[in-house]
Design a protein around this ligand. Structure first.
Ligand code: COA
Length: 137
């Protein structure tokens, strides 16, 4: 197996959704909302991908200013290719595209809670979310 990583290659909406399904992350992403999927690809500005002989097997989709912060929104690896280093490879490639002071920030999916600490991320006790229908008080 020869996994090739890319940071400039675009993917289609259907390739993205298909990979989300193959990774199980589709359960937690709006794959039935084409407008949202389109916006996720159009407006993210750092898309790292992993390929096995032309087959998309991993993605790390981020929104970033490249120097201060990078929100890693979706990290997904095809189930058949998990636990062979591709997730780490995608995060390493993401980090390599950022300035030396930029932080990578993310919210872990329940199944991946143990993953990020294992590979070197620190949990942060002060992360906050304003959900879509929450009014400010
Ligand atoms: C979580 C995910 C991205 C990890 O990618 P991966 O390519 O399988 O993981 P890696 O091969 O980079 O794993 C690196 C190390 O973490 C470990 N690891 C992998 N998945 C783990 C998990 N869910 N929990 C704890 N440790 C995990 C590996 O065993 C490996 O350990 P080692 O270096 O000591 O051998 C991938 O399993 C996935 O796509 N899961 C489903 C979608 C998901 O939950 N995405 C995260 C959204 S926040």
């Amino acid at each position: 197996m020869n996994i090739v990583y890319q940071h400039l290659r675009q993917i289609t909406e259907s390739e993205f959704v298909d990979l989300l399904k193959r990774s199980t992350l589709a359960e937690r992403r709006p794959i039935d909302n084409p407008n949202c999927v389109r916006a996720m690809l159009r407006h993210s500005n750092l898309l790292c991908t992993a390929w096995d002989d032309g087959k998309l097997v991993g993605v790390a989709r981020s929104v970033t200013d490249f120097e201060y912060c990078c929100y890693l929104s979706d990290l997904a690896v095809d189930k058949e290719y998990q636990r062979i280093g591709i997730g780490k490879g995608l995060i390493r490639l993401t980090q390599s595209r950022l300035g030396e002071k930029a932080k990578i920030i993310l919210l872990a999916a329940p199944d991946a809670e143990g993953y990020y600490g294992h590979i070197g991320f620190e949990a942060h006790r002060s992360a906050w979310i304003l959900n879509p229908n929450s009014a400010l008080k």
